[in-house]
Design a binder for this molecule. Structure first.
Ligand code: HSE
Length: 316
């Protein structure tokens, strides 16, 4: 019997990873969003319910990031004259992660939706081919079609977006004992706003430092050289500006490093802060220290400790 309903979970992602603005990101195991989807004969893409968003996300298909990804995919199928080009979908989006958290919330919903729709159609596209469709959703969400959340959410693992035009995404090797602690303070920072504060031009000297660190980080991952990973986890261009939007950032980062993190920076556009660590025990210790450092700011926090999620979206 043909499957007509499916539920897909897609996970949170840490984008930028300090020195790799718009170029680097990795998936973690939790939190994430879930989309349940039915194939219909309506010829329409509809969002019939959203839970967990306190009524804040639009049901209108052209405005919701999850449905925009599917609409964009269907436009491409129509362009190709594909046999399923006029299929319809109803979807229910279950938000299980906060909006404006720096954990790739919009990416998780749109990736779960696109994988659900593609699976219901018998996979006309490979996972890589789905990437431009979910990038379109990011444009709706924050005005920029950046791929450093959607690529790892869709493909799993630790991903380098080497080029946007043409799109070229590279999976990176991850050392087996690399763990991440991510702390989400309960404030909201929209990526769109956190992009507006960035300078449009950067100094050549700063660019040299930044791309050398990016090369160092990737080399450290490939060589499983934890010290090199730690030395390279430094963002001298964006973090100094964006960290001003996160109460307690300096204290939290200071505690993470003092507790033995390899490095610590803003997750995506913030306000979440991540630290990479060697080993699970160290990641848990660092995570607890980061949570404690947030306490004087009375924000409330969530801590997630995870290895890199290599599995990618999960069909449930
Ligand atoms: N690279 C994006 C930014 C990630 O920093 O704006 C947003 O999560």
């Amino acid at each position: 019997m043909k499957t007509t309903e499916i539920t897909v979970f897609a996970s949170a992602t840490v984008a930028n990873v300090a020195c790799g603005f718009d170029s680097l990101g990795f998936a973690i195991n939790q939190p994430g969003d879930e989309v349940t989807m039915q194939r219909t004969d309506s010829g329409e893409v509809r969002v019939t319910a959203i839970t967990g968003d306190n009524g804040r996300l639009p049901l209108e298909a052209r405005k919701n990031t999850a449905s925009v990804a599917v609409l964009t995919m269907m436009e491409e199928l129509r362009r190709r004259g594909h046999e399923h080009a006029h299929a319809g979908f109803d979807m229910q989006v279950k938000k299980m992660m906060p909006l404006g958290s720096g954990l790739g919330s919009s990416a998780a919903s749109s990736v779960a939706a696109i994988v659900a729709a593609n699976t219901l159609l018998g996979e006309p596209f490979t996972r890589e081919e789905l990437l431009p469709f979910v990038m379109e959703s990011e444009k709706i969400a924050c005005g920029a079609a950046h791929a450093d959340n959607v690529a790892p959410a869709l493909l799993g693992g630790f991903v380098l977006v080497r080029s946007y035009d043409p799109l070229d995404v590279v999976q990176l090797h991850v050392p087996s004992d690399l763990w991440c602690a991510v702390v989400h303070p309960h404030i909201e920072l929209l990526t769109e706003d956190a992009r507006k504060v960035l300078k449009k031009n950067i100094r050549l000297d700063d660019a040299v430092v930044q791309w050398s660190n990016l090369a160092g980080l990737i080399t450290g991952l490939m060589k499983e050289d934890y010290e090199l990973i730690g030395r390279s986890l430094d963002d001298i261009i964006f973090e100094p500006v964006r960290s001003l939007l996160i109460p307690g950032f300096d204290a939290v980062k200071g505690e993470a490093l003092a507790s033995g993190a390899l490095g610590c920076s803003i997750s995506g556009s913030g306000p979440s802060i991540f630290a990479l660590c060697r080993g699970e025990d160290k990641a848990r210790e660092v995570g607890r220290a980061m949570v404690a450092a947030f306490e004087p700011y009375q924000l409330g926090t969530d801590l997630f400790v995870s290895q890199v999620n290599h599995q990618g979206p999960e069909i449930r």
